[in-house]
Each structure stands twice: as C-alpha cells, then as structure tokens.
Design a protein around this ligand. Sequence first.
Ligand code: ADP
Ligand code: ADP
Length: 229
Amino acid sequence: MAFVHFEDVRKVYHMGDVDVCALDGMTFDIERGELCVIVGPSGAGKTTLLNMLGGMDRPTSGVIELGGRQVSDLDDRGLTLYRRNDIGFVFQFYNLVQNLTALENVELASQICPDPLPSAEALAAVGLEGRLDNFPAQLSGGEQQRVAIARAIAKNPKLLLCDEPTGALDYRTGKQILALLQDTCRATGRTVAIVTHNSAFTQVADRVIHVREGRATSVSTNPSPAPAS
Ligand code: ADP
Ligand code: ADP
C-alpha cells in the first residue's frame, strides 16, 4: 500500500442552493520519501486536495490514507491530533508569529508534538543557526520561509505539505527554497508534497500530479529528477 493513498475522493461544497464539486473522484498514490509536486490550473482543486490531505476538512466520500491509517474516518478530535502530530505545513506567506523570535516560533509549534526535533537543530538544518534570536521583521522573505520550514520539520511530521512555498519570493530566493525542500526530502527520507505554479519544481520532483476539474489527470514518476542547485 502506498504511503499516501487517495481513492475516488469527492468533495462537494454547498454554497446556498449551489453545489460546487471541488474534487470529483480523485485517485492517486504517493510513495514514502517522494518529493511530489501538484500542478494544475486555478480552480482545479489543488488547495482542496491539500486541505483534505492535511486534515483541515473531510471529504464528502472516498478514502484518504497516510501510512496505512485512514484519515477520512477521523472524528474532529482525531483530525486535530493528525494536523498537530502527523503533518508539517508550509504556506506562501510564512504565517510566523511576529512577536516571537525564530527559535520561539519553532518551539511554539513543536513542543506540543510527541516526537519533536530540537528547535535549534531544525533552524540549523535550514541554515539559520545565526538567526535564532531574530524576529520575523528582522529577516528577509527567504529567511522567514526558512523559519517556517524549520517550524514544520521540527514537528518531525510524517508528511510535509507546502502550498506555493515560493509564491512570495523572487526567482533566486525561490530556487534556494526549492533546493532546501529537495535536500530535506533526500537527506531525511521525509515525504514532501508541494502545490505550485513554479515549473522549476516539476523538474526536481519524483512525482508530478496534474490536477484538472477535480481529478488527478496524470500521475508520473520521474526516474532521474534534476538536482535543484
Ligand atoms: P514551462 O514554461 O517550463 O513549460 P510552465 O510554467 O508553462 O513550464 O508549466 C509547468 C507546469 O506548471 C505545468 O504542469 C503547468 O500545469 C504548471 N503551471 C504553470 N503555470 C501555471 C498557472 N498559472 N496555473 C496553474 N499551473 C501552472
Ligand atoms: P485550486 O487550488 O486548484 O485553485 P481550489 O481547490 O481552491 O482550486 O478550488 C476548487 C473548486 O472548489 C473551485 O471551483 C472553488 O471555487 C471551489 N471551492 C474551494 N473551496 C471552497 C469553499 N470553501 N467553499 C466553496 N467552494 C470552494
């Protein structure tokens, strides 16, 4: 059984009298340790896919499994623990707490997890060992995204989910973040799923999932992904 397994997942949003079908029988697998990139046009269902996989919401029907555990069956309490313990999130706009230092931001997220990595170590892994006591406003965009990645990794999650992680960064800084995510995946065997419009990501991916009209229209495995740096 694949590490991530989506089987015939449907998600229908009810908007007053109108039903919006965001996922329309989506099926795909991601193997353990893969860097998976999810692409597709706006409105295709990528964010909904990430929300279901991240336990932010439940599908209308279908099966979602992570590491052999059924996520689509969890109750509210189960989903809260799943989001906290099993998933690391990286967003486009970093979402750091402004009045906490880099180190405190990482500690805040990881200290409630059962098996966290040391916060200073996670920050060193993203090249910020010299910036532990800086506040977000004292850091560049790229550095803030590194803090966000350290915060996600320090939870020691089973799966790292990234939503447009370079969307707010310039080309060069974005490339560095891409290389960092690729290193994280390669060096630690951590499974990483990234939603992006940035075509550089598809070139370094082990797997590319194309989403269109709520379905995964093609799932490909890249036999020799290029190094990002
Ligand atoms: P290239 O210029 O190298 O051909 P593109 O940027 O056109 O690469 O597209 C690479 C991948 O990124 C494609 O699979 C495409 O679906 C996705 N992509 C690019 N731009 C967008 C966009 N604006 N919205 C959604 N997906 C996009
Ligand atoms: P993408 O991330 O690929 O742009 P989304 O998953 O955001 O696509 O959206 C897929 C479809 O579901 C769109 O038609 C969108 O308008 C709709 N949708 C997404 N989230 C909601 C929501 N919370 N309520 C109603 N409709 C939604």
